[in-house]
Design a protein around this ligand. Structure first.
Ligand SMILES: [Ca+2]
Length: 331
């Protein structure tokens, strides 16, 4: 129940040398996407009295607090992208209590800290960088998460951040980084314990988890930061919009990387992972270990059925957004 020695060393070093980086970006345009199908949903679990941990086969744990270092990236027009440094550490990825794709629980060690968006990318941030707003719930306002964003379009946003050459490389989180950041040192189903109601996150409150009371089912995005953050200071890792990761979807963790890198070999290279569940999901899909597979816009679909369902994420990105990771640029 302690971080690795190297994690403590890195944490100490970075606590000593905090700084803030400011960058400026231009504006560019893209089209608006139509709403369509809800994201894949797993069946809500029945009420019960869960144990404190669902990861008994793995004992390594991450730090439970962020390093305290922050970045404020100026996207132009006074719009800021806030990022928090997530410490290096080791954690247990997956769950013994969820779907088969969450197994086996395995230890992952991230040897370098990384910055992660404090919030989901907002509509104001997207508009500032891309000059448009694809969100279904545009009326929600600039402080609500951008949605209906395909994996490719998320890359376009990220590429524009990288074009600024501010000393950092921007990218989507790897799936391991995402779960590590979501757990924030916890081994429970959620960063807030083993139960979740829609008073704690934006999801389908008719299907709470772990014995929590039923609550409001909003079925639309709400302003980022409306609920308490996890102990890393990250908001809305559970719910609001699902968040793209780099990785191709794999149906289990057999053969998964143990160093926190993206899993980009093998698997289903038609679908990328999107994590955290959305405003449409039941409580079970908001669990820290729950994995969603979403079709991307870059692949050629092989069957008529697939083509009729999804030819582009424009048709299947309702409720899907993302947050950004940044690491110090090395070349
Ligand atoms: Ca989210």
């Amino acid at each position: 129940m302690k971080p690795l020695g190297i994690a403590n060393t890195v944490l100490t070093l970075f606590l000593l040398f905090g700084f803030v980086t400011v960058s400026v970006f231009g504006q560019h345009g893209t089209g608006r996407e139509p709403p369509n199908t809800s994201p894949p949903s797993k069946t809500a679990s029945p009420k019960r009295n869960p144990p404190a941990s669902r990861q008994s086969s793995c004992s390594a744990q991450s730090p439970t607090q962020a390093t305290g270092r922050r970045r404020a990236v100026n996207l132009g027009g006074g719009v800021i992208l806030e990022m928090l440094e997530i410490p290096a550490g080791s954690f247990c990825m997956g769950s013994n209590d969820g779907s088969s794709d969450e197994k086996p629980v395995h230890r992952v060690t991230l040897r370098q800290p990384f910055y992660m968006g404090k919030y989901e990318v907002t509509q104001a941030q997207w508009r500032s960088v891309m000059g448009s707003n694809p969100s279904l719930n545009e009326a929600c306002g600039g402080n609500c998460p951008v949605e209906q964003v395909s994996w490719d379009k998320a890359q376009n946003f990220i590429n524009k951040l990288n074009d600024n050459n501010d000393g950092f490389t921007y990218r989507l989180p790897t799936e391991a980084e995402w779960e590590y950041a979501c757990r924030a040192g916890t081994t429970t189903e959620f960063a807030f314990g083993n139960s979740l109601s829609s008073d704690q996150a934006n999801f389908d409150g008719d299907y709470p988890y772990g014995g929590a009371a039923k609550g409001v089912s909003r079925r639309k995005t709400i302003a980022v930061g409306s609920f308490a953050p996890n102990t890393f200071g990250l908001y809305d890792m559970h719910g609001n919009v699902m968040e793209w990761c780099q990785d191709w979807y794999h149906p289990s963790y057999h053969g998964a990387p143990s160093d926190g890198s993206a899993w980009l070999s093998g698997g289903d290279q038609k679908q990328r992972v999107a994590r955290g569940g959305s405003m449409y999901g039941d409580g079970s899909v908001l669990r820290s270990a729950s994995r969603n597979a979403e079709f991307t816009a870059v692949i050629k679909l092989s069957t008529t059925q697939e083509q009729s369902l999804i030819t582009d994420c424009d048709l299947n990105c309702d409720g899907v957004g993302f947050r950004v990771v940044a690491v110090v640029r090395t070349q």
